[in-house]
Design a protein around this ligand. Structure first.
Ligand code: HEM
Length: 175
């Protein structure tokens, strides 16, 4: 979603209308659409459709997390480390929720609204202030999530390579 967001954002408005799209111009995958449109429109539609799907998956994940207890934190971790990890987990959940939500509100503010893989999902109200405000939020939340993701990844690596405790194992599928 990040790569798609950055890529589509750079595409020119009003480009030639075609019905075949080479994903990221890499020559690896080609998408076909039933009607001709510019590459920008196609990738925006794709980003929004995948994003709405992710939003509902995140809602389900949050429901699952609230109804299922995770394994306990390791006793080798200090109280400070436990607090830091818990705060980072809360921030990650919040951002996973806020990023697609801000994208949805931004798109409601635009004149296009949202189609979910071609099916009308939410209409646009063409309100520039709402669109621009939530566009800013979408970008800022995305940058904060990237930062938290890097910290989270670095923390997991440190536990695996330096501390050599069971933190990475605890994050994996087996208990
Ligand atoms: C699910 C997670 C999502 C992620 C990680 C994500 C990420 C991004 C990123 C990185 C950008 C580029 C921002 C920039 O210009 O620097 C972007 C743009 C955009 N996203 Fe998302 N997005 C998500 C979900 C959604 C959803 C659900 C929608 C709407 C239904 C949406 C609508 C948009 C639109 C319209 C833009 C283009 C804004 C513009 O340049 O005019 N996004 N997104």
């Amino acid at each position: 979603m990040f790569v798609l967001g950055w890529y589509m954002h750079e595409l020119p408005k009003g480009g030639p209308k075609v019905s075949s799209f080479d994903l990221f111009d890499l020559g690896l995958f080609t998408f076909e659409s039933s009607k001709e449109m510019s590459a920008r429109s196609f990738y925006f539609l794709l980003h929004k459709s995948i994003g709405v799907t992710i939003f509902f998956l995140v809602l389900f994940r949050i429901y699952w997390r609230l109804t299922h207890k995770p394994p306990k934190m390791l006793t080798s971790m200090s109280a400070f480390e436990i607090k830091l990890a818990t705060a980072a987990h809360h921030a990650l959940y919040l951002l996973m929720f806020l990023i697609p939500l801000s994208g949805i509100i931004m798109s409601i503010g635009s004149k296009y609204g949202i189609h979910w893989f071609g099916i009308p999902f939410l209409p646009g109200i063409d309100n520039e202030t709402l669109r621009d405000l939530f566009k800013e939020f979408h970008e800022i939340f995305g940058q904060i999530l990237l930062l938290f993701f890097i910290l989270h990844f670095a923390g997991a690596l440190k536990h695996a390579l330096v501390n050599k405790d069971g933190v990475l194992k605890r994050m994996w599928f087996h208990k």
